[in-house]
Design a protein around this ligand. Sequence first.
Ligand code: FES
Length: 118
Amino acid sequence: MPSPHRIASRDLPPGAVRRAGPWAVGNRDGEVFAVSRRCRHQLADLSGGSIDADGCLVCPWHQSTYDVETGAMVRGPQGFLGLHRRIPGYDRAVRAYAQVLRLRVGRARHDGDDVVVD
Ligand code: FES
């Protein structure tokens, strides 16, 4: 069984997202979560993301959002993605792909002064 990954609780205040090994670990108003770090769109590191008003994890690159309880993408990439025009159906296609390949969801918990993901 792999050893758990740890992060000091003081480094994970409410609203923060941090890296713990292969996990993006976040604090939603005291409730901690962990999901795999690579965005299903273009593999951005989700530990550099943020938490929106609905408690979803927001990708730092193109603002796709994820339900951290299921790992499902709930909103696809935003903006022009480096292109000069929108591609019809692109957002829908990315979301469909991401529904098949959801983020992994880890079990995050408080353990003394740390948050642990197993
Ligand atoms: S890499 Fe995450 S939305 Fe593009």
